[in-house]
Ligand binder design. Sequence first.
Ligand code: NAP
Length: 260
Amino acid sequence: MMLTVLITGASSGIGKAFAELFARKGYRVILASRNEGKLSELAEQLERKYGVETISVAVDLADSGGPEQLYKELRLQQIAVDVLINNAGIGSFGKLYEMDVHSELAMIQLNVHSLSHLMMLFLPDMVQRGSGRILNVGSTTSFYACPLSANYSASKAFVLSLTEAVASELQGTGVSVTALCPGATGTDFFRRAKMENQKIAKQEATMTPDKVAEIGYRALMRSKTFVIPGFQNWLLAQAPRLFPRRFVTKITRGVLEQKL
Ligand SMILES: NC(=O)c1ccc[n+]([C@@H]2O[C@H](COP(=O)([O-])OP(=O)(O)OC[C@H]3O[C@@H](n4cnc5c(N)ncnc54)[C@H](OP(=O)(O)O)[C@@H]3O)[C@@H](O)[C@H]2O)c1
């Protein structure tokens, strides 16, 4: 039986890499993001290359009605989602007290509310069927506070905490949830977050989205609660356990302030 994966933020970066990977594995792929043109182009490519069925849904997940719209649209087409890749997310850069309030709240809506809302919509069906997998995209910043990206790092801490708690609740149901916590990855993320002139956007350890998706896929299939791609990123995530938190915050700020 053909399995179905729903990928949010599938139009670029890590989401697009996941779409390619699941299509290669023979899944029916549902692509969701705002950019209808990019989604249709990708859908066509995947169908041609892998002969799989694809469905594109243009949806703004920073809108509070976005998750419900997506869920209802799939229900209407009687599509059951076997795997949900909760990937859509954006970053921001600057001091909280200087940031545009509207954009920051929209980011929290997307990274936090929408991600949790999608889980709450799709999980009951999965639990009832006794099978399903969810992957939530966090970050290495899920593990520590990031000055100059305060709301972003807090939003990613939420993703990891939510995932760990729900993973425990799901024990024995046949359903699993995994947090993928990448470090710097070569996508459009830094440009969109207006961080392209910061050194972190071009650091040596930057991974390709394909590699990140591959590591996430493996962890998801093994029902791991979380995974941090790459040894250097894993070390970074351990910092708050090894050093005083204030020290880690200071170092993180220093790293983020470095310009190219
Ligand atoms: N790149 C990194 O260094 C890095 C590191 C750690 C974690 N992450 C996380 O990885 C995830 C994917 O990011 P990426 O690096 O692949 O960046 P990206 O290339 O900028 O992709 C972001 C995706 O999210 C979608 N998106 C943005 N706003 C949306 C909205 N309002 N509604 C629906 N979809 C929306 C975008 O599509 P549209 O513009 O078409 O809507 C795009 O497909 C994010 O959660 C990010 O926080 C990235």
